[in-house]
Ligand binder design. Structure first.
Ligand code: GLU
Length: 550
């Protein structure tokens, strides 16, 4: 009896060989140095910012080189799978403009190297495992859980490395005859890889971020197919996939670095060249004094849904991530504001390779404010409206009740050299402009009058202003001139310089008068340009708001 008999007993229906699959999935017809990258998340129902960062690098590398960026659903662990997980992943990629070139979604397979869902690839995996059994690099293991638990306990007690390797790997020495007999007798088994490695020896490999580095060789006979689930484990499945889908670069989090030893050994056992590796640094956050790994349990900003729900512009999130990917990105983009991130010369070796990369929400907020401030009103309107349709009924209603009015509001101090930076996110817009809507304004009742607090004084200022000075026809200079006249008339100082030199001589200044007008109209002491606000509100609404005070 030979390995061949064993392989046929385990996989009687697998007839295709590795050569057959090589023909089915021939080399891609791409120009030299084109990168084929993949985003290969597990269907957990969310996209972690670290995974997204890897996908962004995948996307950049493929697009820049005229290559292919594809999406593969790594669902070998069915127990972790969540409904609609693929939909969520596609949604995130599309939201950020990172449409994969190849994928399987919504009943469609796009691309010639599919299926792109691991659970649909059982046959090719089985053919791969069958091949490994035939060449003596995989074998059935009949060890029961109790035995393995006991073994582990002993290893721990004796301070030995844990795992199924060397002399602990009892089934690796079983004869083919015995294995066949056991299988025929219906004894349950898993399939293990037969490692040829020696843990005490090192092997070198090239990580494009970290450069040349070594790891201990793998000597674990890892499980490549579990009995309870006839899909292979991730370790084996992704080797088959990356080979037959012709992945050139694997971009993934540094938590995978220790697994490289077994992955490379698997590639070699199959007789294949491994892809190049880019292990991205962990994304860290500042938590008080310490920097720690951003965590999906503790930090809402660990998930991409956070940025979508908050309404950060797509460009802001990309900018913030590109900046931690390559720290010279920011400088480059400032010098080349009209270029896209795809024009940037991404360099894996410029990524931080020690201690992770700090992602700072404050910084993102600043980037976002800047980007929103530089949008022209049409763009901001379109973006905010699109976003509101999914994420904010409040904003959607504000916009829909009068799109032109909304545009005029957001256009105040926009489209100029130094535009205002009022909006951090699209979600923050309603709070910034609510006082421009009467129904919302009616619910606001905390007025921040600052210096002038006397009720009679406030009443006098407002009444005199609207009755004697305000004229909707005035241009901005005339308007301000009149505010100054009002100021003087009421015994305040219209000249800020004179006021600062001798504040005791006056009841207050033109700034205090303006503040009273501003606060009565908006409840707030900080707003965009008052002249513009007054014009947009119109005399009738101004008067109505003032009359609350007299
Ligand atoms: N499915 C793995 C994950 O979700 C992918 C690891 C890899 O990219 O090789 O982390």
């Amino acid at each position: 009896m030979t390995n061949h008999d064993l392989a046929n007993l385990i996989f009687p229906n697998i007839t295709k060989t590795m050569e057959d699959y090589e023909k089915e999935y021939p080399a891609r017809n791409l120009k030299e140095n084109a990168c084929v990258t993949r985003f290969a998340p597990s269907p957990t129902g969310f996209v972690h910012i670290g995974n997204f960062q890897a996908a962004l690098i995948d996307f950049v590398m493929a697009k820049k080189s005229g290559g292919v960026f594809y999406l593969r659903n790594e669902d070998t662990d069915k127990s972790r799978e969540v409904d609609q997980a693929v939909e969520i992943i596609m949604q995130v990629l599309r939201y950020y403009g990172m449409e994969p070139d190849e994928y399987e979604y919504d009943g469609k397979v796009i691309g010639n190297y599919g299926p792109y869902i691991q659970s649909e690839r059982k046959e090719i995996y089985h053919a791969g495992i069958k091949h490994l059994i035939e060449i003596g690099r995989a074998y059935p293991c009949f060890c029961e859980k109790e035995h393995l638990d006991q073994m582990r306990e002993n290893q721990e007690k004796n301070k030995m490395r844990t795992g199924y390797y060397g002399r602990y790997a009892t089934c690796r020495n079983m004869s083919v005859e015995e294995a066949i007999e056991k299988i025929k007798a219906g004894i349950p088994y898993v399939i293990r890889f037969r490692s040829n490695g020696n843990f005490d020896d090192r092997f070198w490999f090239d990580d494009l971020v970290r450069g040349k580095l070594y790891l201990n060789q793998n000597d674990q006979d890892i499980v490549i197919m579990k009995s309870d689930n006839l899909l292979p484990t991730y370790h084996f499945a992704h080797i088959i996939d990356d080979h037959f889908m012709h992945t050139t670069h694997v971009v993934r989090g540094e938590e995978w670095l220790p697994s490289v030893a077994v992955h490379i050994e698997l590639f070699e056992a199959m007789g294949w060249t491994p892809p190049k590796y880019i292990h991205t640094p962990l994304i860290l956050k500042q938590d008080g004094e310490i920097k720690r790994k951003i965590s999906k349990r503790k930090d809402p900003e660990a998930l991409m849904s956070y940025y979508m729900e908050k309404g950060y512009p797509v460009e802001a999130v990309i900018e913030a991530l590109m900046t931690i990917i390559n720290s010279n990105y920011e400088e480059w983009h400032t010098a080349n504001p009209d270029k896209s991130f795809l024009d940037f010369d991404f360099q894996a070796k410029k990524m931080s390779s020690s201690g992770g990369a700090l992602f700072d929400l404050e910084k993102l907020n600043n980037i976002s404010k800047n980007i929103i401030s530089k949008m022209d009103k049409e763009t901001l309107y379109q973006n905010a409206y699109e976003w509101s349709k999914t994420y904010s009924d409040v904003l959607k209603n504000l916009i829909e009740q009068d799109p032109e009015y909304f545009k005029q509001i957001i256009n105040i101090e926009r489209e100029q050299k130094k535009p205002r930076k009022d909006y951090e996110t699209y979600a923050s817009i309603p709070n910034e402009i609510c006082y421009m809507y009467d129904d919302l304004f009616e619910k606001m009742d905390t007025y921040d009058f600052q210096k002038i607090t006397d009720k009679n004084e406030i009443a006098t200022i407002l009444k005199t202003y609207i009755e004697d000075y305000y004229d909707e026809q005035d241009d901005k200079d005339t308007w301000f001139q009149k505010i100054k006249e009002l100021t003087t008339k009421l015994g305040y100082c219209a000249d800020m310089k004179a006021y600062k030199e001798n504040p005791e001589a006056y009841k207050g200044s033109v700034a205090d008068i303006s503040t009273v007008i501003r606060v009565a109209l908006t409840t707030r002491s900080m707003t965009p340009d008052l002249y513009e606000l007054l014009r947009l509100l119109g005399k009738e609404r101004i008067e109505k708001r003032f009359k609350k005070f007299y």
